[in-house]
Design a protein around this ligand. Sequence first.
Ligand SMILES: NC(=O)c1ccc[n+]([C@@H]2O[C@H](COP(=O)([O-])OP(=O)(O)OC[C@H]3O[C@@H](n4cnc5c(N)ncnc54)[C@H](O)[C@@H]3O)[C@@H](O)[C@H]2O)c1
Ligand SMILES: O=C(O)C(=O)C[C@@H](O)[C@H](O)[C@H](O)COP(=O)(O)O
Ligand SMILES: [Zn+2]
Length: 389
Amino acid sequence: MSIAAPALTSARLSEAPRRVPIALDARSYDILIGRGLLDDPASYEGLPRSALAAIVSNTTVAPLYAERLAAQLQGRHRRIETVVLPDGEDHKDWATMNRIFDALLAAQGDRKTVIYALGGGVVGDMSGFAAACYMRGVPFVQVPTTLLAQVDSSVGGKTAVNHPLGKNMIGAFYQPLRVLADLATLDTLPDREIRAGLAEVIKYGPIADTDFFDWIERNLDALLARDPAALAHAVQRSCEIKAWVVSQDERESGLRAILNYGHTFGHAIEAGLGFGVWLHGEAVGCGMVLAAELSARLGLLDAGAAARILRLIERAGLPVIAPVLGGAEDWLAHMRVDKKAEGGEIRFVLIDGLGRACMRPAPDALVTEVIAARSDPAVDAAARAAQPA
Ligand SMILES: NC(=O)c1ccc[n+]([C@@H]2O[C@H](COP(=O)([O-])OP(=O)(O)OC[C@H]3O[C@@H](n4cnc5c(N)ncnc54)[C@H](O)[C@@H]3O)[C@@H](O)[C@H]2O)c1
Ligand SMILES: O=C(O)C(=O)C[C@@H](O)[C@H](O)[C@H](O)COP(=O)(O)O
Ligand SMILES: [Zn+2]
């Protein structure tokens, strides 16, 4: 499989709200992108009215934005309940999911209850999964408040929780009614999270769009400085590319796997270090470096292009040296549970020339060589030292 995305509509750099449509077999929806959308009644037009709306958020985001969202939902729903989850990837698990179900049942949520996912990818993935399961499916709206969630996780309907043995192992494909990405919410986001979000932005270049890759290279400093026009373009273009991919292959029977570039290595790092030690975007950033190196060693990518990918990820302040974990066998064991693996054979998303991705197995010995070349035990030591006692 080898894919190259066609050029899409050129992005505007105006301050007007942007609308990216995502067309699916069963249903289409809009991704709204702009500053101030959270407080704009127009953002909510056409969404269902019901007895109960449940805002699912976390201990960090709820105090910042839940009241403002609730104010917009008044009049549309008779009751508004806010479910506040503990914050962090280490809480993206079944116990936390049950807290959402407990709250929905305690509030007598019915089949028309609308779930609003207010937060980053962790809240979004869990709220979406809760919406898919509660009474076998209730409507939900994504209100992403991290860069990563605005450019990636809120779009396309992958929902999940982690299992101790693997990342996102329990989940469902379940699409939101709308994505409402208020760029102003990024103002309160810590710098480390901006950098993590940039990993998924960078991802779209090598897999689908060399012009976008060039644009990110030229505009990385503006993105790191949170320049509003640069961020708006990055979010819009990322959503356009993701919508283009997902609308052709909603359930990942082929093409959609390109969105997993860097994730086979990245998920192994997240699980191997313990969920939450490295941010998802950090692990994916490093994973993209390893996958580019593997692509080069397989003769798919020239060394200059692999070096450009590495340099961009490094400039974004993301890690480019991996942990050693428990050694080569430990790495391979983590990667064998990857959802793209078939019959225990690991399949990697590789870069087949900048702007094109393909999926292929690779010899264990070569994968091990790449890991050995790009890992350092000092990274494991630093990760252990950064963990709370
Ligand atoms: N479903 C998908 O397609 C998809 C795609 C990419 C990633 N993901 C998943 O998304 C998760 C990562 O998402 P993430 O990077 O958003 O992490 P996150 O959800 O943990 O959010 C990062 C941190 O930022 C805080 N935060 C969120 N919004 C804030 C704001 N506006 N101001 C201040 N703080 C804020 C959060 O409380 C958290 O501490 C991972 O679990 C990953 O697997 C899913
Ligand atoms: O939307 C997709 O498809 C992706 O692969 C996007 C990824 O950035 C995201 O991290 C996703 O959750 C990974 O999916 P998984 O199937 O490997 O768990
Ligand atoms: Zn990801």
